[in-house]
Each structure stands twice: as structure tokens, then as C-alpha cells.
Design a protein around this ligand. Structure first.
Ligand code: SF4
Ligand code: SF4
Length: 95
């Protein structure tokens, strides 16, 4: 039963993540998970409230990765883009 609830919650989060950017009228970051090394710089430098990023363990890749959890809070300062050591972050969205 708990496995089912966990799977349902994951599906709900994925759907939420897919639709949220459509409601954002400004730029926000996207992370290339293949490049990200989970260093946490983006989370550490982001001045937004709440923080746009969370560093989470990616079970598929077996390592920590940066996740964009609050794109609506982004103020387009581009600090995360400049502080990422592997150029894994780009801003996307309306100009
Ligand atoms: S552009 Fe600035 S506010 Fe937006 S996610 Fe990056 S560091 Fe945070
Ligand atoms: S700064 Fe770049 S490499 Fe480091 S956690 Fe963020 S996206 Fe990943």
C-alpha cells in the first residue's frame, strides 16, 4: 500500500513539475542532470526566497543532483549560471 502511495505522490510531483513552468511569465533555470555534479553552488548562491534549487539524491543516477523546485521564485539574476562549475544551468522562458 505504501509503495502505491509513494508512486502516486511521485506521479503527482512529475505532473506538477511539467505544468508549473507554463504558469511562469519570466525566465527560470533548467539543469542538465547529465552535467551536474551536485556541488550545491547553485543552491548556495541563489538569493531567491524560497530558494529555487534543492540538492537531491537521484536514485536513477546514484548521486546527488540539483533540482529546480521553485522556478516561480527566480529573479533572473543569473548567479547560478555563473557559479556552476560545469555549465549545467541555463535560463529559459519568456524574454
Ligand atoms: S537566476 Fe538567480 S534567482 Fe534565478 S535561480 Fe539562478 S540564482 Fe536563483
Ligand atoms: S552548481 Fe551546477 S554542478 Fe553544482 S549542483 Fe548546481 S547545477 Fe549541479
Amino acid at each position: 500500500m505504501s509503495l502505491f502511495v509513494g508512486a502516486t505522490r511521485r506521479v503527482a510531483l512529475i505532473i506538477e513539475e511539467m505544468h508549473l513552468p507554463n504558469k511562469i511569465s519570466h525566465k527560470y533555470p533548467i539543469v542538465d542532470k547529465d552535467l551536474c555534479i551536485g556541488c550545491g553552488n547553485c543552491h548556495g548562491c541563489c538569493p531567491a526566497e524560497p530558494n529555487v534549487f534543492e540538492i537531491k539524491f537521484d536514485t536513477e543516477r546514484g548521486e546527488e543532483k540539483s533540482c529546480v523546485v521553485a522556478p516561480e521564485a527566480c529573479i533572473e539574476c543569473e548567479l547560478c549560471v555563473t557559479q556552476c562549475p560545469v555549465q549545467a544551468i541555463n535560463l529559459t522562458g519568456p524574454d
